[in-house]
Ligand binder design. Structure first.
Ligand code: 1CP
Length: 348
């Protein structure tokens, strides 16, 4: 998969298309957020978190903040994965301190009541944010659009918020696979249309977050995570064959190989637990890899941080690679540690 040619595309895009780049591009999942004082200030100006997501001026502002401060190679649209259920007609709100809340789906009728009809009108402010970013980002910075994967989004739709064990959502899938499949199909369609429109408006790549993929038996992982993501990627590629897609099937262990071979993604986001040697031998031959610094090593800083970074770079920088975290940055992350990390990755 390693291609020696150097095109005049941006660093991040070249890496996603399978090139071993002169240095690894770097960005961080959740790079806009509460660890930044400027984010906390803008967040106060908005009328709650969802309002921030639907305010193009403020959403663009918080997307620019980490780029101004750190000069990352890529910038991820500021929004949330839960705008999809919201656009389908489900009640969604954010409670300070407790996170996302939804009016949980209870039965097949609740699924019937959801609709794709208002998708694009609901998302109009998000699309406008994408256009503002396209316009305002430095020309070397790659704009990433994103959405949640169907399973991860549906887990919130059925649980009504975050969950430790996904008991309601998984029980529904096991006991009533036909109605669960209907919900998956609807979310696949909505997510495909949403991501394609983000690309139409200026996103240069998109990332699909399957953050809670790692909870299924192998056959169910295929049915409820791999297949839906594969369908979304096929829909995107049918319209935008040259736009690379990143998939983050978190905590799926050895099934990362199945995702590398079968999902159609150009790049896989690695969680923190994978063996780097195994990734180098079994995954990086097939797709670009992105990751996987432990967000808590970034909190710790010092030697633990330097050693973690060196370990990742020494294993993965011989092939197509994007430096990132293995999951989102956490609010208690010291800004100096982000600077320490950037210096080390760029100096490698
Ligand atoms: O300001 C605040 O208090 C809200 C914190 C916050 C932020 C900054 C939430 C609530 N969402 C976001 C933005 C966000 N969410 C982005 C764009 C910003 C960026 O990356 O720079 C992205 C890509 C997401 C994606 C997201 N939201 C995921 C997938 C990624 C992951 O971290 O696994 C998930 C699971 C969510 C749901 C969600 N939204 C917010 C929170 C706190 C959560 C997670 C709740 C949980 O753990 O269940």
């Amino acid at each position: 998969m390693q291609k020696p040619m150097k095109t005049n595309e941006k660093l991040m895009i070249r890496a996603l298309k399978g090139e071993k780049t002169e240095r690894p591009p770097i960005w961080l999942m959740r790079q806009a957020g509460r660890y930044l004082p400027e984010y906390r200030a803008t967040r106060k100006e908005a009328n709650g978190f969802l309002d921030l997501c639907y305010n193009p001026e403020l959403a663009a502002e918080v997307t620019f903040q980490p780029i101004r401060r750190f000069g990352f190679d890529a910038s991820i649209l500021f929004s949330d994965i839960l705008v999809i259920p919201h656009a389908l007609g489900q009640k969604v709100w954010f409670e300070e301190g407790t996170g996302p809340k939804l009016e949980a789906l209870q039965d097949a009728q609740d699924i019937e009541n959801l609709t794709l009809e208002n998708l694009h009108s609901h998302m109009a402010p998000v699309y406008e944010t994408v256009e503002r970013l396209k316009e305002g980002l430095p020309e070397e910075t790659t704009l990433i659009g994103f959405a949640g994967a169907p399973w991860t989004v549906i887990s919130y739709m059925i649980e009504g918020g975050s969950s430790k064990d996904y008991a309601k959502a998984k029980s529904w899938a096991f006991a009533q696979p036909e109605t669960f499949q209907k919900l998956v199909d609807l979310v696949v369609e909505a997510t495909s249309l949403y991501l394609i429109e983000q690309i139409n408006r200026g996103a240069e790549t998109v990332q699909i977050f399957d953050s809670w993929a790692g909870v299924w038996p192998e056959w169910a992982l295929r049915k409820w995570c791999l297949e839906p993501c594969k369908r979304i990627i096929q829909s995107i590629k049918a319209v935008h064959p040259d736009v690379p897609v990143i998939l983050f099937p978190r905590l799926v262990g050895p099934s990362y190989k199945t995702f590398a071979l079968e999902s159609g993604a150009d790049a896989l986001g690695l969680d923190t637990t994978l063996s780097l040697q195994w990734v180098r031998e079994e995954i990086q031959k097939h797709v670009t890899v992105q990751g996987n610094l432990d967000p808590l090593a970034l909190v710790a800083g010092g030697k633990a941080l330097d050693q973690s970074i060196d370990d990742i770079l020494s294993h993965l920088s011989d092939g197509p690679f994007v430096f990132n975290l293995g999951h989102g940055i956490v609010p208690q992350t010291p800004i100096e540690h982000v600077e320490q990390m950037l210096k080390r990755v760029r100096g490698f």
